[in-house]
Design a protein around this ligand. Sequence first.
Ligand SMILES: Nc1ncnc2c1ncn2[C@@H]1O[C@H](COP(=O)(O)OP(=O)(O)OP(=O)(O)O)[C@@H](O)[C@H]1O
Ligand SMILES: [Mg+2]
Length: 228
Amino acid sequence: MRMIELEKKLGDFHLQIRDLYLAPGRIHGLIGPNGCGKTTLCRLLAGTLIADAGSIDYEGLKPRDITMTAQKPYMLHDSVYKNLVYPLRLRGIRPDETRVEQWLARCGLADKRKQSARSLSSGEQQKLSFARALIFDPQLVIVDETLSNLDPDSTRLFEGWMLERQATRSITWILISHQLPHLFRVCDEIHFLEKGRHLASGTAEQMLLHPANDAVRRFVAEQSVQSW
Ligand SMILES: Nc1ncnc2c1ncn2[C@@H]1O[C@H](COP(=O)(O)OP(=O)(O)OP(=O)(O)O)[C@@H](O)[C@H]1O
Ligand SMILES: [Mg+2]
């Protein structure tokens, strides 16, 4: 996916991405200070926000292949089960009940399938939102801080599922997160934004362990990943 001269103004904020390439089939991490434009950029990619200028070459990806989990997961006023199968219904796909059961079990929600999704704890909602994003076999999954409330065991579990998926049939992931150790464990590439601009990209090791760019080095040092 290539973004060229992509621009979006929101109030005083101005996102300007000159040229950013996200290689397909890889896990990309998107980092940068609060308010630097990570969510805005991903909403442009997901098509929930329209750019003022510029272009995105999706290299054949169709809107129905793309999913984005929100920073604050949105739950329908309905049961856990109905929330989980919603993306399938939206696309006219009949749910494969074995897979649905598998996802409910994986998320530890098998006993809560009839419970109102809005009554789940925030970590449970995040798990459900992640499962809901994956259930229809998307080609591009954008995860906006959706794993941020998970306990360490659950985070590791999700990392395992992502890597397992990549080993069988790789898809493209974009993970927005402030948890740099989490990104380091799963990402192939990391991209850094600051004040609406893309400043640097590189492998997880280059960007998090040996950042060449001053702004990235400061950002990483502040998150104290040097002491992992
Ligand atoms: N509808 C809007 N009107 C005005 N400003 C907006 C609007 N939406 C977003 N912004 C501003 O755009 C900037 C970028 O927001 P964005 O949500 O993309 O940041 P972010 O990098 O995802 O930050 P965080 O790490 O806190 O999630 C912020 O300063 C935000 O206040
Ligand atoms: Mg955000």
